[in-house]
Ligand binder design. Structure first.
Ligand code: HEM
Length: 398
């Protein structure tokens, strides 16, 4: 590894060096600066071993892939343990920026590059393996919601691998490695790709802008706090589940063509926060948008009743979740409409008690529903993290 990396760096300096004779010194300086920046990104390493799987309690990375699998008919509990053993070894290596064992493309292991991956288990997996009695409390498949227009190709799955990194090539290489070692046990049901800001482009932390322009992730439990732990990590239930979490995944399409017709103030009223700063709304409500004109008096100085944050805010202390949504862009139609939205992920210790009441309120009424359509949905149980010499979900499958 060391010698491979040394060789690459030498190559980059060689390129910069060759520019000396041909072009100006500032070009050389830029090339060298770029090399330094790339190295810093490539070196960013997240811890793999520990109480919890990686990739959840961490600032959001630049790019992500979610891959959901359906078990092959012959996959049983002991093959699950073999699969998890392979994945644990692969993820450990990738988190150090190393190639996986028998990697056909080791030169693509450019460094950790903020890599993370975790493995989640769907309720259907428990059922297929005859392990219903192991399903942790509160871990449910979601009921249908009235705004849902779910598509099979974005929904469900027995197992998910959620990979993220700060570099798209590192992400692609890692995803391919993990999928390659999964195929003996399962077939791919769906893959979904997304992105967030590159770290350093906006203020660090999980707060970033989604494609509606909003700062997303403000009212979240703070990473590495006791509050985060109590919202996200399971502290009761079967021994194997403690330290795990329950994930809700929703692919939510954004109708930007109609959204863009709203003025800034109307957009702010839909959410209840300022677009520029993400601060909660104060001041007067706008009545120019047709939907608002009917119901809003001028001069209100509060967050509107229909605003997303008013509907989503917890009504009981336990109704709290950790949101970590990535954006997606999946093409542009002939008429110029972009297919964009969120790969909306939330983590909570109990989906039924924490997530469901919020989603029920948003289903009942949330003005944001006018411009957003859930098109994919799944839930996964994320087992606790492995200690060195153990395997993800070892106690469950042993
Ligand atoms: C495309 C869909 C969505 C968009 C664009 C969106 C956007 C936002 C924005 C901009 C905020 C305010 C800033 C922040 O605190 O992060 C927010 C807050 C929030 N959202 Fe969403 N959201 C979406 C879907 C959902 C869904 C599906 C849920 C849960 C079922 C949800 C739950 C929440 C919660 C709990 C808050 C914090 C409320 C508070 O306590 O202030 N959101 N969302």
């Amino acid at each position: 590894m060391v010698s491979r990396r040394g060789f690459l760096q030498g190559g980059a300096i060689g390129v910069a060096g060759s520019a000396i004779g041909a072009t100006s010194g500032s070009l050389v300086a830029n090339a060298l600066n770029n090399t330094a920046a790339e190295t810093a990104t490539a070196k960013r390493q997240l811890p793999f071993y520990g109480k919890h799987q990686m990739g959840i309690e961490t600032p959001i990375q630049a790019v992500t892939n979610l891959v959901a699998f359906d078990l092959k008919p012959e996959t049983d509990r002991s093959s699950m343990l073999r699969w998890m053993t392979l994945l644990t070894d692969d993820i450990a290596r990738l988190s150090r920026g190393e190639p996986v064992l028998a990697d056909p493309a080791p030169e693509l292991a450019i460094g950790p590059a903020g890599f993370s991956a975790y493995v989640g288990l769907g309720k259907s997996m428990f059922i297929k393996l005859g392990m219903e009695s192991d399903i942790p409390a509160g871990f449910i498949d979601l009921p249908a919601f009235k705004m849902d227009q779910l598509e099979e190709k974005f929904s469900g799955g027995d197992v998910v691998i959620h990979v993220a990194a700060d570099d798209p090539i590192a992400l692609s290489h890692a995803t391919r490695s993990l999928v390659r070692d999964s195929i003996p046990f399962a077939s791919v049901r769906w893959t979904q790709s997304g992105f967030a800001h590159t770290p350093g482009v906006v203020k660090s932390g999980v707060t970033h802008r989604n494609l509606m322009g909003q700062i997303d992730g403000t009212a979240n439990p703070q990473l590495n706090s006791d509050d985060f732990a109590s919202v996200v990590w399971m502290d009761q239930g079967p021994e194997w589940a403690v330290g795990g979490t329950q994930m809700v995944f929703r692919r939510i399409a954004m109708q930007l063509d109609t959204w863009d017709q709203l003025g800034t103030k109307s957009k702010e009223e839909v959410i209840g926060r300022k677009l520029a700063s993400g601060a909660p709304l104060t001041g007067t409500l706008e009545t120019d948008a047709p939907d608002f004109a009917a119901r809003l008096p001028n001069g209100l100085s509060v967050i509107p009743d229909f605003a997303h944050i008013r509907r989503a805010a917890p009504e009981a202390f336990k109704e709290r979740i950790f949101r970590r949504p990535f954006s997606y862009e999946a093409g542009i139609s002939e008429s110029g409409s972009v297919d964009v939205g969120l790969l909306w992920c939330s983590y909570q210790a109990n989906i039924e008690e924490q997530f469901l009441p919020i989603q029920r309120r948003l289903e009942e009424f949330d003005l944001l529903n006018k411009w957003t359509v859930p098109v994919g949905s799944a839930t996964f149980f994320i087992p606790k993290g492995p200690e060195p010499d153990s395997v993800i979900a070892q106690a469950l499958f042993s």
